[in-house]
Design a protein around this ligand. Structure first.
Ligand code: AQP
Length: 343
């Protein structure tokens, strides 16, 4: 049976990277799913604690993120949407997996290094090591992520490029568990990547677009007004080369805008280049702005509508958590039996 799991952190308003790299694909997976397939999308609030924020802000972000998922087309009749912290088995399985995950595996992950670099404003990633003020939660985050996925015996995980390494780790942990206890409890989940697997920061195209970057101008949030979108795209770092061409290595800024255009319109990057090759950067940026504004308009309209229906949003999350708990508890029981924790 195909079981799909993915998550989003309530760490701020989702941006174009989250949308094109994840949410848009979540919607199409949901709309094309077979009768028997189970799809779970989680608001991973326990993960959000690794970037400490005000408690009220976190609560607000959870509702906002849920509203945005629904406005983008996630349908609670076709999949489960729930808060991670409302299914305690995530934390319980995480501990079990912590006990079989070598620190060496985690120290090779790159995401905690990037995040610490931003948090502490450290210039070079080479200067980062495990004593650079690292909290255990940020370091162990990928184990909780493995627990999120394996708890439901997921077979498919749609994510962006930044999560590929964590998915590899999840498979290694699952394999180690199955071997250690001589029982194939967990399937090895497949990574599903989309073409927009890495949307880059508008301020620094060597980095990915991110919710937690302190630079507002580095990202386009799904709730940005047409004026904000236009300003941000106009300020996006490109280069001084003439004309439009797609070359992510040598022209990351302009290539990022081509990727965004391509993913909204369904045109290939070559088709976009052909259409705009004689334009200057400013003209192309205006066309990208128009496409982004046009595509976000219906989503933003829906967001405004859903903002007035907080009761419904809470019911969706509650119902999702109830159903997720049923599956999670059954699977955790099986794990506990295998490792000797049942009565
Ligand atoms: N820039 C991106 N391009 C493509 N996909 C992306 N994703 C995130 N950024 C990009 C994908 O979005 C999903 C949800 O991400 P997340 O909220 O769980 O956490 P993240 O990957 O750490 O994303 P952010 O926006 O950078 O959040 P912060 O700054 O809070 O850490 C994932 O599938 C991710 O791959």
């Amino acid at each position: 049976k195909r079981i799909t799991f993915s998550g989003i952190q309530p760490t701020g308003i989702p941006h174009l990277g989250n949308y094109l790299g994840a949410i848009k694909n979540w919607v199409s997976l949901q709309n094309n799913k077979s009768e028997s397939e189970l799809i779970l999308y989680s608001i991973v609030d326990l993960h959000a604690l690794t970037i400490p924020k005000d408690a009220k802000m976190l609560q607000k972000s959870k509702i906002e993120t849920t509203i945005i998922l629904l406005a983008c087309g996630i349908n609670p009749k076709k999949c489960l949407i729930f808060e991670q912290s409302k299914v305690s088995a995530h934390s319980e399985l995480s501990w079990v997996l912590n006990c079989i995950t070598p620190i060496g595996w985690l120290s090779r992950m790159t995401q905690w290094k990037t995040k610490i670099q931003e948090q502490k404003n450290i210039h070079s990633i080479e200067d980062i090591n495990m004593s650079t003020g690292l909290d255990l939660g940020l370091f162990a985050y990928p184990v909780l992520q493995a627990a999120d996925i394996l708890l439901y015996k997921s077979t498919h995980v749609p994510v962006g490029d930044d999560q590929v390494q964590h998915l590899e780790l999840t498979r290694n942990i699952a394999e180690k568990f199955n071997k250690l206890y001589k029982k194939s409890v967990f399937p090895l989940p497949q990574t599903i990547l989309v073409p927009a697997k890495r949307i880059l920061s508008l301020k620094d195209p060597s980095k990915k677009m991110s919710k937690s970057s302190p630079f507002e101008f580095s990202r386009i949030s799904l709730t940005d007004s047409p004026e904000e979108i236009s300003q941000k795209i106009n300020r996006a770092i490109t280069d001084s080369q003439k004309g439009i061409s797609y070359s992510p290595d040598t022209r990351p800024g302009i290539s990022n805008l081509i990727t965004i255009y391509s993913n909204f319109t369904g045109l290939t990057t070559e088709q976009v280049v052909n259409k705009y090759k004689d334009n200057d950067n400013k003209m192309f940026k205006d066309s990208v702005t128009e496409i982004v504004v046009t595509h976000l308009q219906p989503i933003q309209k829906e967001i405004e509508k859903l903002k007035k229906e907080e009761g419904y949003i809470k019911d969706v999350l509650k119902d999702g958590a109830n159903k997720a708990n049923e599956i999670a508890e059954k699977n955790l029981k099986e794990v506990y039996a295998v490792i000797g924790l049942c009565n």
